[in-house]
Design a binder for this molecule. Sequence first.
Ligand code: COA
Length: 251
Amino acid sequence: MSGHVIVTDEDATRVITLRRPEKKNAITQEMYTAITNAIDTAQYNPAVRCIVITGGSGVFTAGNDLDDFIKASEGLGSRPLNGVKFLHSLVHNAKPIVAAIDGPAVGIGATMVFHCDYVLASTTATFSTPFIHLGLVPEGASSLLVPHSMGYQRAFSMLVMGRPVTAEEAQIAGFVNEVVPPGHTEVEARKAARDICALPAEAVALSRKLLRPPADELVRRIDQESHIFGERMTSPEAVAAFRAFFSRKKR
Ligand code: COA
């Protein structure tokens, strides 16, 4: 297990915590594998009735580790695919997921939220998908789920113009359930999880499945997006943007 992902079972809730604060919880290939395992193993464990995903206080995640992207784009590493496996795992997951978002949720940190069932955000939470600024395209079936959730024009602003969405806007748009003070998302997420765990598990699973788009449709979209995303990663626009991010730090 990655030391940057902490998995604990608390009563019937599995809590997955991203803990790489020095890199704003940017998700490495190893971290994707750890999160995927935590979700996949919950499927066969009737003792786990709900999952909480949290980044702790201050930041949810800065999204995919850009170092992995730059290595792949310069041919120094294989194309990072553990993120896609993680997204497949989210689609096939049958346990309700409660997300606790305190601070920025960037890239896949924002798009994964659309696969979650109940979302707590702090007043400092922001949801941003800067794919366009990186020369990339939307991923995680966000091109399907985001317009479905908030309407085409708001989805265009978020996914194509790369404009961040605040917690308040996200609640109005309908993909955040509760906005709470900073530092309170995790405790409120645990409460929501306990409420869900107290419901009849089979009926929850069946109802949840009825509410969600068909899994094969989501997987198809993830794979379509991933194909274009992979091609874009070696584009001059993307390579320049990845380098610019790291050279910005050296100034
Ligand atoms: N991948 C790798 N490292 C990252 C990272 C990422 N996605 N996001 C942040 N980091 C690292 C920074 O390089 C920095 O490392 P250093 O201290 O060794 O130089 C450290 O995390 C802190 O980041 P910093 O930018 O100084 O923090 P901030 O509070 O000013 O800003 C963010 C936080 C999340 C807004 C900003 O880091 C950011 O925009 N990150 C990139 C997000 C992104 O484009 N993700 C990919 C989407 S597909």
